[in-house]
Design a binder for this molecule. Structure first.
Ligand code: PLP
Length: 400
């Protein structure tokens, strides 16, 4: 029979996708399932982006492109970094791939030797762990609980560093917590890294445009120019421009790293889709005003979700600064029993119960490395959110 390679033997398909598959199956079987699992905006890709992609096809831009991005798209990305982040990258310091996920994959494949460690504050997007492992590295989880705003402290960072540490990976705003690092949160961490020239910093700025209450998004390469030559700034069009299926992510970083990432890409996908690159170019160079409108719409939904969750006895939810997720504690319902006799002994049990008996699909905190919590993705209509919250509230009221 088939025996998987050691490098993937301990890995499985993401729990988020598994829950999505189970919820999808129940829905097709006729159940009124509400799925709060998927990490993608419910908005459509903007019309001018679709038109640019159609035009690219009509113009015959349907062949291989330059290995890690067309010159036009790289120029637009450099301009984006300058305009929005105050960071100057030349074209040789920019790379484009099939999603930010491939950017992370390229970067770790290009830089990690067996046993090299990557410090990852948790809870985190689970792909970080698996990508590091596939690349032969060792993910080092540093737990950051709700009491510290789910953010890494300088003390915990310093304590996690070993002679094998190669990277620190930060994500702001965060999937799954929505927590974001303000300048004052970043400063002490950058201070620690300044004194450790062997360690590089990868930042995942994927949710930069989805921030609330006037939160001022900043990125480390702008905050600390002395660290810029060992920072990889990762971003993409998936979440900001509702383009998850187009598969375009990008990064800015030191030329030597960018070149090494291109070597990995040259033997995997050769180049990102030519048509999607034309779409991403239109997204980055076209109107940007709808980004704030979409963020305002997400903020309204955040307020509704956080308010309803905090009204449920046993549940408590911190107010997130960004992204479209809440990460609430269900510590107060652990140990209780459902009317059907199930014992809620973990966040996995809590989510499984609500999936099977309340028709609401959510992802347990365990999937992101912190229990007992659960993640709601509120990138869905207000009407659906309202009924999902009503169902959760009613279900929890029946716990004894
Ligand atoms: N980074 C974070 C924090 C994410 O949540 C996601 C998607 O869920 C990605 C990166 C991947 O984005 P992409 O669609 O560009 O691969």
């Amino acid at each position: 029979g088939f025996v998987p390679a050691d490098r993937i033997a301990t890995l499985g398909v993401s729990e988020i996708l598994q829950i999505g598959a189970r919820a999808g199956a129940l829905k097709r079987a006729g159940r009124p399932m509400i799925i709060l699992g998927a990490g993608e905006p419910d908005f459509d890709t903007p019309e001018h982006v679709k038109e640019a992609a159609s035009a690219a096809m009509a113009l015959g831009q349907t062949k291989y492109t330059a290995l890690d991005g067309t010159p036009e798209l790289k120029a637009a990305i450099a301009e984006k970094f300058r305009r929005e982040n105050g960071v100057v990258y030349g074209p040789a310091e920019i790379t484009v791939a099939a999603g930010a996920k491939q950017i992370l994959f390229n970067a770790f494949m290009a830089s990690l030797n067996p046993g090299d460690e990557v410090i990852i504050p948790t809870p985190c997007w689970t792909s970080y762990f698996d990508i590091v492992q596939i690349a032969g590295g060792v993910p080092v989880a540093v737990p950051c609980d709700g009491a510290q705003g789910f953010r890494l402290s300088a003390e915990d960072l310093a304590a996690a560093i070993t002679p094998r540490t190669r990277w620190v990976l930060l994500n702001s705003p965060s999937n799954p917590t929505g927590a974001a690092y303000a300048e004052a949160d970043y400063r002490p961490l950058l201070e620690v890294l300044l004194g450790r020239p062997q360690i590089w910093l990868m930042v995942d700025d994927m949710y930069e445009h989805i921030v609330y209450d006037g939160f001022r998004f900043v990125t480390p390469a702008a905050l600390e120019p002395r660290l810029k030559d060992r920072i990889l700034t990762v971003n993409g069009v998936s979440k900001a421009y509702a383009m998850t299926g187009w598969r375009i992510g990008y990064a800015g970083g030191p030329e030597a790293l960018i070149k090494a990432m291109a070597v990995v890409q040259s033997q995997s996908t050769s180049c990102p889709s030519s048509i999607s690159q034309a779409g991403a170019l239109a997204a980055l160079t076209g109107p940007q005003d709808y980004l704030a409108e979409r963020a305002a719409s997400f903020q309204k939904r955040r307020d509704m979700v956080v308010g309803a969750l905090n009204a449920i006895p046993g549940i408590s939810c911190r107010v997130p600064e960004g992204a479209f997720y809440t990460f609430a504690s269900c510590a107060g319902v652990i140990g209780k029993t459902t009317p059907s006799g199930r014992v809620i002994d973990s966040d996995r049990a809590f989510c499984a119960w609500l999936l099977e008996e309340a028709d609401v699909a959510m992802v347990p905190g365990a999937a992101f490395g912190l229990s007992p919590y659960f993640r709601i993705s509120y990138a869905t209509s207000e009407a659906e959110l309202r009924s999902a919250l009503d169902r959760i509230t009613a279900a929890c009221a029946g716990l004894a």
